[in-house]
Write a protein that binds this ligand. Structure first.
Ligand code: SF4
Length: 521
């Protein structure tokens, strides 16, 4: 007879989840939660318990639950634990609570819940906020510092990439490097490119008045803002996969745009959110808004190649600085390459490429930007594509590199994406824009994904030759379409390592000789 409802029903103010005495803990937060009355407690109320996050297929949400099947790893479980934290009845130690920390630890911060959950629960943001406070009183693990500050390490490595690659790629040395950084032994540490994209860019324009920051005044007077585009040199494509950014330059210039690149070292701070280093993340965003103020004011579009970086500008930025007019403008000026081509280059006749492709959207791309423009560009290029993996690749930034999380990262990849890539016919393209997704595919299959910029570059070159003029598709059937791109990249890394090895051997030999001479005196 449904007691409490039909029989002897509760009073209107009785047995309520919140009740008239609801007075949650309202801590000061880094994120401002503008859509939740500025309150983390209100944000955690979004979960109404329907449990869509407990489904087993389709959508992005929630990869960790799909593997562990534990409620604490579902979006609902995490939201509920955070709600209990703000209630302060069961969970009394707030930011220091280990159960909340443990539950959030396996969140890949893919933002799947933000788009898939009917009420828009945003666990990735709550996780970043929680972890930031948790580490105010707990020691941050060494690998969090290593992964979170990858832009700083990459910048240092760009002076001696060959030498750094020797320590991360050679047997034994690479094992020591993995041990020191808490990286799973099964993982390969990505190699640094011998020349960063920005070094290439500077060299390209040396002596000619580069359209970088120093040349902006000249640009502004010469062209209208509509013909200029700023290409964001993110840490991953700048330091690890510069060919992607070079391909984007080629495409944008072919479309008639003058490309500029910020000269200053700028980083959106994406890896910092996963380890809760929100003070540094905010300071990097403030630096960006200061440095790019002229572009923001001129309304110059900014093309970002890495979806997770684009998501920082479109999502985190306005949550951290909801009242900053520059943040609002910047978030609207940032485009992925496909979005830019769809919105600002409609007149550009996209090059055709008669190929089939398997595409995989980065979770932040699917959750924040959506795949509409990406798919439209591929369609306009005449590419027949399939997207068999609506979920996460499992890598999610540093998540899949951490030794404690390798197995779950692989298991998530094996749900859909990795088997689909392995099954893809050898002449299909594998297209993925996210650095993490590309790494997961490269490390767990024998294929390598290309960025949309590289696919467009391939089409622009009429699919007949590689960047260095090597015929692409005359290759034997066991060769993949991406081989020409990948072989060149790998060869350049090997050459730089050999040079660094010779230099180290030369220095060591010289030192030994001097020592021997000094001893014999
Ligand atoms: S961000 Fe992704 S992994 Fe984290 S709770 Fe949401 S859907 Fe799950």
């Amino acid at each position: 007879m449904n007691p409490g409802k039909v029989i002897e029903p509760y009073r209107l103010d009785e047995n309520l989840r919140l009740g008239p005495t609801y007075d949650p803990w309202q801590p000061a937060t880094h994120f401002k939660f503008p859509d939740d009355h500025g309150s983390l407690a209100s944000a955690t109320l979004r979960c109404v318990g329907v449990g869509k996050c407990r489904r087993n297929e389709g959508g992005v949400m929630c990869p960790s639950f799909r593997v562990t099947r534990e409620e604490e790893h579902s979006t609902r479980g995490r939201a509920h634990l955070l709600w209990e934290m703000t209630q302060g009845e069961v969970i009394k130690d707030h930011w220091q609570n280990e159960a909340v920390k443990e539950s959030l630890d396996l969140c890949l911060a893919c933002k799947g819940c933000k788009s898939d959950c009917p009420t828009g629960v945003d666990v990735a943001t709550y996780k970043a906020e929680f972890v930031a406070h948790y580490y105010e009183t707990n020691r941050r693990p060494l690998n969090a510092l290593a992964f979170g500050n990858i832009d700083l390490w990459a910048r240092a490595a760009s002076h001696v990439p060959g030498l750094v690659n020797l320590t991360t790629q050679l047997p034994f040395l690479r094992d020591l490097a993995k041990l020191a950084a808490g990286i799973a032994v099964q993982r390969r540490i990505p190699a640094f490119a011998p020349q960063t994209f920005k070094q290439w860019w500077e060299k390209r324009w040396r002596g000619t008045g580069s359209p970088t920051r120093s040349g902006r005044a000249k640009l502004d007077s010469r062209r209208d803002a509509g013909a200029t585009v700023l290409l964001w040199a993110d840490t991953f494509n700048n330091h690890f996969l510069p060919d992607t950014a070079k391909a984007a330059v080629e495409v944008l210039e072919a479309a008639g745009f003058e490309v500029t690149v910020p000269r200053a070292h700028l980083c959106c701070g994406r890896p910092l959110y996963d380890v809760g280093m929100l003070d540094r993340a905010k300071s990097l965003l403030l630096d960006i808004m200061d440095e790019l103020l002229p572009e923001i004011e001129a309304g110059i579009p900014i093309v970002v190649l890495e979806p997770s970086c684009a998501a920082v500008f479109r999502d985190e930025l306005t949550n951290l600085f909801p009242k900053d007019e520059r943040a609002r403008a910047l978030s609207q000026q940032v485009f992925l390459l496909s979005e830019f081509l769809e919105k600002h280059a409609k007149a550009f006749s996209l090059p055709k490429l008669a190929r089939k492709a398997l595409i995989h959207g980065h979770c932040h791309h699917k959750a924040i930007m959506k795949m509409t423009a990406e798919e439209a560009v591929l369609r306009r290029m005449g590419i027949d594509f399939t997207a068999p993996a609506p979920g996460c690749c499992g890598m999610a930034g540093a998540f899949g590199f951490e030794k404690e999380k390798y197995e779950i990262s692989k298991a998530i990849g094996e749900l859909e994406l990795l088997p689909a890539v392995r099954k893809a016919p050898t002449d299909w393209l594998i297209v993925a824009d996210g650095f993490s997704c590309r790494e997961q595919i490269a490390q767990e299959t024998d294929r390598q994904a290309l960025h949309l910029a590289e696919v467009l570059q391939m089409a622009l070159r009429e699919a007949t030759e590689s960047p260095e003029g090597i015929p692409l598709f005359e290759a034997a059937p066991q060769h993949y379409p991406e081989d020409a791109w990948v072989r060149l990249r790998e060869a350049a890394i090997q050459t730089s390592m050999k040079r660094a090895g010779l230099a180290v051997a030369g220095i060591a030999g010289g030192a030994a000789l001097l020592w021997a001479l000094a001893r014999n005196r």
